[in-house]
Design a protein around this ligand. Structure first.
Ligand code: BGC
Length: 387
């Protein structure tokens, strides 16, 4: 009861802050949310946050009606994977008979909190969240739980709250390990004998994936740095020095410009660890502008533009984590919840600071020019880029 009161107060405070911040008119007006891409048909509004009858703890087995509203809260649409998620969730949830309410938050935490709030008000039975900041959604997600809503993390861990039933994602440390190993392999294959001059980039520090990608990569690279086979010429090897605020490609490009100007006037750069494809292209562009030969650069997402660059030999590799598979897995879980079967079992868990969260983990795959046709054999759009 106390917790409920607290969460109502928090929700009221949150709503007030959000509205003060963005001048919105009302939580149920989902079209008002900035770059929102609301695709819901009229959502039912009769099951707001004061309906505490439908306890939705993982495995409770309480189902819900077939045409139910499913909220999808995406962090932004700045990389291809999130745009794909927006389209696929809209189409595939509709095809499965649900009423999708899909919104993206333009990398602004209060906007995402407001969008989730509005999904609760609209009676969503499940809310799927790719958090901008893994730690900033506790209050609104606790409100969702109190209203009987299932909460599923999508692609990124939801941290520091018990209000999450599970997370669907590609192994994030594993992704980093693949990136680190691919950088080493690419250097050996393309840059003669070492030692090799390299630089390191990380993703947005608020995104829980970003430090995990970096940790995974460093587990492969650090021993080679210690052995003198890799030289980080700038000396910048901490995640905090290498991170790219908000996954902003422009910021990565200016950091690369500075690294080259400050450290490489008399040297060539051989390789760069990049956490995703957008940042990889920014790094490569910076090297071209500085008159450097193109280094071996890693990536992530198999974005169309980078798949073309990999095929042309301009970007060494990317890592594929197909959105289609992530969306399909998420909808499989939603179907289980709808049918009253609760959250499926899984062997993988992650400590989110408050609890061991069930993780539904998929395997990412490195893509180089050598295996691209194999990896994308069933992906018409990307196959078309490999000519
Ligand atoms: C996702 C990546 C994406 C990045 C920036 C990460 O959490 O896993 O696929 O490139 O966010 O949007």
């Amino acid at each position: 009861m106390k917790r409920r009161l607290l969460s109502m107060l928090l929700a009221a405070a949150l709503t007030a802050t959000v509205f003060a911040g963005c001048g919105r008119e009302g939580t149920t007006d989902s079209s008002s949310a900035g770059s929102s891409t609301d695709t819901a048909a009229e959502a039912d509004s009769d099951s707001g946050s004061d309906d505490s009858s439908a306890a939705a703890d993982a495995g409770s087995g309480e189902g819900f009606e077939e045409g139910a509203t499913i909220g999808i809260s995406l962090p932004w649409l700045g990389t291809q994977n999130w745009k794909e998620a927006e389209t696929m969730f809209t189409e595939e949830l509709t095809a499965a008979g649900y009423t999708p309410l899909v919104q993206a938050a333009d990398n602004k935490v209060p906007q995402q909190q407001q969008q989730i709030e509005s999904m609760i008000q609209n009676g969503a039975k499940v809310i799927v969240v790719g958090p901008i900041d893994g730690t900033q959604l506790g209050a609104v997600l606790e409100e969702a739980k109190d209203a009987g809503v299932y909460v599923i993390g999508y692609d990124r861990l939801i941290e520091n709250t018990e209000a999450v039933d599970g997370v669907v994602q590609f192994g994030s440390v594993r992704t980093g390990e693949l990136q680190g190993q691919a950088l080493l392999d690419g250097l050996k294959a393309n840059k003669g004998d070492g030692p090799y001059n390299i630089e390191l980039f990380g993703g947005g520090p608020a995104d829980p994936n970003a430090p995990n990608f970096f940790t995974g990569a460093m587990s492969v690279l650090q021993p080679e740095i210690d052995a003198g086979n890799l030289v980080v010429v700038s000396g910048q090897t901490d995640f905090t020095q290498c991170a790219t605020e908000d996954w902003d490609n422009k910021k990565a490009q200016s950091r690369m410009d500075s690294l080259l100007a400050g450290n490489y006037s008399d040297k060539e750069i051989d390789g760069v660890l990049s956490p995703n494809d957008g940042i990889a292209r920014a790094i490569i562009t910076s090297c071209e502008d500085a008159g450097q030969p193109i280094p071996v650069v890693t990536g992530l997402d198999a974005e169309n533009e980078s798949v073309s660059w990999v095929w042309e030999g301009k970007q060494y590799c990317t890592v594929a984590k197909p959105t289609q598979d992530l969306v399909a897995k998420t909808i499989e879980i939603i179907n289980s919840l709808q049918a009253g079967n609760g959250m499926p079992t899984t062997d993988v868990t992650a400590d989110n600071g408050k609890k061991e969260v069930n993780i539904y983990e998929l395997d990412p795959v490195v893509v180089t020019k050598d295996n691209a046709k194999e990896v994308f054999a069933d992906d018409e759009e990307r196959m078309a880029l490999l000519q």
